[in-house]
Ligand binder design. Structure first.
Ligand code: NDP
Length: 256
């Protein structure tokens, strides 16, 4: 993860605290030990929120509460929520970010390749959304943000499992919007394009070059560029946005 300087963090925190209508919230970011999730957690901390992070290993950024949990396992998630509620209060902002890839062409894709990706990326989001929405309904406030991908709507050769899981998140967010919209809860999808993290570093150079050619911005995104959109969506200025798919892809997916 890219570390931000202390000066930067101090400046961001001071600005946040000086903003008259700022309300510190309890935030949960799944998959917050590296990459995009780590940057999201750090931005929320910089804004002055109480931030919990879950992952199967490692730690979130300084200032976060890290709880080890697996999004494919409801029991471990329940235990994680209990710890977070006891230490930071009920989750008010949920970012379902944990995700995996198991890329291979359709003809070679095993049932396990497919179900593991769905179980993590889509069912994992369902589990945390369901658990968090209980207290959000009681509080009549909640922000749910699901981290999808440009390929969820664009499709991607070699990613039938991943693209299906990511487009499923759109139906999830839009249905939650219809069910819970009247309770002060918003549910949105953020769809990043190619972001520089461990997930994409694993792709062969040739594939990275091929992606770059298709991106109008002619560069990849930094995790911070995704994180900033997410903190904005969770803030008061975005309270009337729900069921939306917000692209952060340098123009790669235009038109969906
Ligand atoms: P990384 O591979 O760097 O990080 C994935 C995160 O998910 C890790 O924190 C990992 O922690 C966590 N995770 C994976 N499986 C589980 C699980 N079963 N239970 C709990 N946590 C889990 O990925 P990125 O930061 O690149 O991606 C973050 C999200 O953004 C993903 O949903 C990804 O699909 C999406 N995305 C990424 C793009 C990119 O270009 N990088 C583009 C578009 C979308 P651990 O393994 O320790 O459990």
């Amino acid at each position: 993860p890219t570390t931000q300087s202390r000066d930067y963090m101090l400046e961001r925190m001071t600005t946040a605290i000086l903003t008259a209508d700022f309300t510190p919230r309890t935030v949960l970011v799944t998959g917050g030990n590296r990459g995009i999730g780590w940057a999201i957690a750090q931005e929320f901390i910089a804004e002055g929120h109480r931030v919990a992070v879950t992952a199967r290993s490692g730690r979130g950024p300084e200032g976060s509460l890290t709880v080890i949990a697996d999004v494919t396992d409801g029991v471990s998630l329940d235990a994680a929520f209990a710890v977070i509620e006891a230490q930071l209060g009920a989750v008010e902002i949920l970012v379902a970010n944990a995700g995996v890839t198991r890329d291979t062409l359709l003809m070679r894709m095993s049932d396990d390749d497919f179900t593991e990706v769905i179980d993590t990326n889509l069912s994992g989001a369902f589990r945390v959304v369901k658990r968090a929405s209980k207290s959000m309904m009681k509080a009549r406030f909640g922000r749910i943000i699901l981290v999808s991908s440009v390929v969820g709507l664009l499709g991607s050769a070699g990613q039938v499992n991943y693209a299906a899981s990511k487009s499923g998140l759109v139906g999830l967010a839009r249905s939650v919007t219809r069910e819970l919209g009247s309770r002060g809860i918003t549910a949105n999808v953020v769809a990043p394009g190619f972001v520089e993290t461990d997930m994409t570093a694993a792709l062969p150079d040739e594939q990275q070059k091929a992606y770059l050619k298709q991106i109008p911005a002619n560069r990849f995104a930094s995790p911070l560029e995704v994180a900033r959109v997410i903190t904005w969506l969770a803030g008061d200025s975005a309270g009337y946005i729900s069921g939306a798919v917000i692209p952060v892809d340098g123009g790669l997916g235009m038109g969906h």
